[in-house]
Design a protein. Structure first.
Lengths: 298, 572
């Protein structure tokens, strides 16, 4: 039997595409290379990387002011730079993208901020940045918006600690083995993840097929919604059929036959996982303690 | 162990929820270790349903009513779950994409044994053995998406083998594959069959591929009864007429021999492979002269003119998938575009039909440049039929589907109804006019999708692999319809992998490789020449038999059924 060559790697699936994009896309299923040197985050249990930040993600929702979100942003960035494998592009996006996104989002949030929340007496409230007719955008409003966007950025970065350094299968294994989530749920979710690119591609084909009919060339949002409904019917029909087939194939391979399944790769909870969580909690709590002490939380 | 069958079926009747009759109906059958059984029958006879009953998916996972008993290694499937039965019967289904669950080949093969609570060492040992057998062990860390269709189907066979079940059931394992993939899968199946470790139950329409490995044939008729059960060679040779009458597709070599017999050339015994046909023909002292292939190239008005067409996929920086192609299609031609996967067939056809915008000036369809025309104008010149007919439906009834097409083209309301009805009658869908398009049968959907492409009066029809995943009966039905349209003057362009269909229907063949046209010409010439081999394709079965004839050089160009001498009474 001959070994398939690269040119054969194109799918034979029921989708009329000649080849997959040649650029290697990130593979959400691929196992990680073993962590080397100081990139310790990859070697931790994904649950530890969630449990560490989780209390502070909740606390941040109720936090005001700039100091605490900024402290967390800086801390997490430092953690990611040391402990995670980042591509140079990823690192750049982190360092430059975060402040730019915070500043821009600050404007958006500032525009929508409830005027009653702004202290009219403060100095910033009298500084008008933009004025359109009756409406004024004051520095105070911008500052409130900025605080909101900083909180969001801090939340996002905290979630990236686990997100950037764990794979889908690792999460599922940890959920099943450490949290005792039924494996039927975990592995079904993993199988469902495979549907996403497939449906994306199928949607493209359906759009082309409808375009060819020339039936709806109207423009505007209403026509777009109407078209969207038109696409959803064939997409749903094929999604249901596909899901049924996958379910049959999984049943035939004894999926769900027993209460547990053999775990070929273990997801242990080690001392270093506990250490990471405790250390993260200590540092995070320290940030809050210092901030409260200095009174910079309002 | 003939006295203790692995599978024992007694008067099995299965009625799907909502169905009025049971198919299969009253099947009694037993299969022992080491047997390789081919299950045949016309579409709708319940072959696939029977396959699902062999490992308990019917009745446990599929809503269907099972009467009679199915015993797997002595276990009644009614009393044991699919999980238990999976230790005795492993399944391979048609669509390789719908069987992959995990992210790497190794995980995939380990998935089944892990579910069976097999210890880790044994899981790994089984996975290694199975992956090595299908030739994928070296690629065990890769994502299954990176395999070709044939590779993915070999992977699903490895997954089934890793279950360590003594019975392997394969339900049309090659229907979604191109010829290269079919060869890969059959290379694996041949090895499995020769080892005799497994009982194999195979459902397959492609008899030319399957006939070499099976030793027993079980045939269901349209009502789901077993009508024939016997040794493969004997059944195919002695009961060929009966099989044909049942609507079962026979190997092309057998069909050719039956046609020759009508013409007064008796080949006994009936050949079932191209090699046997070639040997039987060479053994004949004389043969009547074959008819010539389709006439010379048709001259006439050009319908499509392509000059220097290059196509990129995925935007400006995407890869070039069609390179500098020139192509002329004359009005009234039936052109087949062939080539291996990734040869650029679909991109070429889509660019011609304006589904993806070609560069300005590269394509001319009846005086119209698809790069400049809007979808409406274009669809009155060229109709494009996608692989999956459902993708093209936009209305809520069969009639509405056609009526909408006419409305878009500004046909006055008074005339629409009549024109739509005329087309419905033409495609045999008039009784279904109020039906929702998604509720039609597969063949009806296909006919409706061709109808929607033609409703605007397009004189050119382009079809992208319309026979994909269909059995030969439906494929032939569709191509017969295309031939009728072609006879009425419609220019037809079609992409297909089935070279025997190409041989029997197309007037001209375009062979593509790596985004370029390797060559084009009248079907008989292309199939007799070197292009097919150069493009990495395989000759259709009839051509394979006639190419090497030592005693009848005038038969070398025979590749289509219609070239065989006509029946004797017609010739007289």
């Amino acid at each position: 039997m001959r070994a398939p060559t690269a040119s054969e790697a194109a799918p034979t699936g029921p989708v009329p595409t000649p080849a997959r994009p040649p650029r290697p896309r990130p593979d959400p299923f691929a196992e990680q290379r073993p962590a080397r040197g100081i990139r310790f985050l990859h070697a931790l249990n994904p649950l530890a990387k969630l449990a560490g930040p989780l209390p502070f993600m909740i606390a941040l929702v109720f936090t005001r002011g700039f100091a605490i979100p900024i402290a967390f942003i800086v801390l997490v960035m430092a953690l990611l730079f040391v402990g995670a494998r980042l591509t140079s592009r990823g690192a750049l996006a982190l360092v430059l993208g975060t402040p730019i996104a915070v500043l821009v989002l600050g404007v958006t949030f500032g525009v929508w901020v409830d005027p009653s929340r702004i202290d009219e007496a403060s100095a910033a409230a009298s500084v008008v940045v933009v004025e359109i007719g009756e409406w004024q955008f004051t520095l105070a409003a911008y500052l409130v918006g900025l605080a909101t966007s900083l909180r969001l950025a801090a939340l996002l970065l905290l979630s990236l600690i686990a997100g950037l350094t764990s794979t889908g299968p690792e999460f599922v294994r940890a959920m099943v083995q450490n949290l005792r989530v039924p494996y039927r749920i975990g592995y079904t979710a993993l199988a469902a993840l495979r549907f996403v690119p497939r449906f994306g591609h199928e949607l493209e084909v359906i759009r082309a097929a409808h375009r060819v009919r020339g039936t709806d060339t109207r423009r505007g949002p209403i026509a777009a919604v109407r078209r969207g409904i038109g696409y959803s019917i064939p997409l749903l029909a094929s999604a249901i059929r596909h899901a049924e087939r996958v379910a049959l194939a999984m049943d035939a391979r004894a999926f769900g036959a027993h209460a547990t399944r053999t775990e070929r790769i273990l997801s242990p909870w080690r001392v270093r996982d506990t250490a990471f969580v405790v250390a993260f909690w200590a540092v995070g709590a320290g940030v809050y303690a210092v901030a409260l002490q200095l009174g910079v939380t309002s | 162990m003939p006295d203790s069958p692995l599978l024992d079926l007694h008067r099995v009747r299965i009625r799907h929820e909502g169905a009025t009759r049971a198919t299969p109906d009253g099947v009694t059958l037993s299969i022992s270790a080491g047997e390789v059984v081919l299950l045949l029958g016309p579409s709708g006879c319940g072959k696939s349903t029977l396959a699902l009953a062999l490992d308990g998916l019917v009745p446990h996972a599929v809503p269907a009513e099972l009467e009679g008993t199915v015993r797997v290694a002595g276990l009644d499937t009614r009393d044991h779950g699919v999980g238990v039965l999976s230790e005795h019967v492993a399944m391979v289904f048609q669509d390789p994409d719908a069987q992959v669950v995990t992210g790497t080949l190794l995980d995939e093969v380990a998935f089944g044994p892990e579910n069976q609570l097999v210890p880790v060492d044994e899981v790994l040992a089984r996975a290694e053995r199975a992956l090595k057998l299908v030739g994928l062990w070296e690629r065990r860390d890769e994502n299954p998406d990176r395999l070709s269709g044939g590779g993915r189907q070999r992977l699903t066979i490895a997954c089934a083998l890793a279950m360590a079940a003594p019975v392997l059931v394969l339900d049309e394992p090659t229907a979604n594959l191109d010829p290269a993939g079919i060869d890969e899968v059959y290379a694996v199946l041949r090895e499995l069959a020769s080892e005799r470790d497994h009982a194999i139950v195979l459902i397959e329409h492609n008899l030319d591929a399957a006939v070499g490995i099976v030793d027993r044939v079980v045939v269901l008729d349209a009502d789901g009864h077993v009508t024939i059960d016997g040794p493969a060679q004997q059944v195919l040779r002695d009961r060929a007429e009966d099989l044909l009458a049942l609507g079962v597709w026979l190997p092309v070599s057998t069909l050719a021999a039956m046609r020759l017999r009508d013409a007064g050339v008796t080949l006994d015994p009936l050949p079932i492979t191209p090699a046997e046909l070639a040997a039987a023909l060479d053994a004949q002292p004389t043969l009547p002269a074959p008819l010539s292939g389709a006439g010379a190239t048709q001259a006439g008005e050009p319908a499509i003119r392509v000059r220097g067409l290059s196509v990129r996929r995925g935007g400006r920086r995407g890869p070039v998938v069609v390179h500098d192609v020139d192509l002329d299609v004359v009005r009234g031609e039936f052109v087949a575009i062939v080539g291996t996967n990734g040869a650029g067939k679909t991109s070429l056809l889509q660019a011609i039909a304006g589904v993806i915008p070609p560069p300005v000036g590269a394509v001319d369809v009846l005086g119209l440049d698809p790069a400049r025309a809007d979808a409406r104008t274009l669809s009155s010149r060229i109709g494009f039929v996608f692989q999956n007919p459902e993708h093209q439906f936009v209305a809520h009834s069969v009639f509405g589907e056609l009526e909408l097409g006419l409305r878009v083209h500004g046909v006055p309301e008074a005339d629409r109804s009549e024109a739509a009805l005329r087309l419905l009658r033409r495609f045999g869908l008039e009784d279904l006019r109020e039906q929702h398009p998604f509720l039609l049968s597969g063949g009806q959907k296909r006919r409706l999708s061709v109808g929607t492409a033609l409703i605007a009066g397009a004189p050119v029809l382009a079809l992208d692999e319309p026979t994909f995943g269909q059995d030969r009966e439906h494929a032939a039905e569709l191509l017969d319809m295309l031939r009728e349209l072609n006879d009425e003057g419609t220019t037809v362009l079609v992409i297909t992998h089935d070279l025997q269909l190409v041989a029997d229907y197309a007037t001209r063949v375009v062979v593509m490789q790596d985004g370029r046209i390797l060559g084009a010409g009248p079907t008989a010439e292309v199939l007799a020449g070197p292009l097919i081999d150069e493009a990495g394709l395989r000759h259709p079965p009839l051509a394979r038999a006639t190419r090497g004839l030592a005693n009848h050089p005038d038969w070398h160009g025979v590749s289509r059924m219609s070239q065989l001498p006509p029946p004797a009474e017609a010739a007289a």
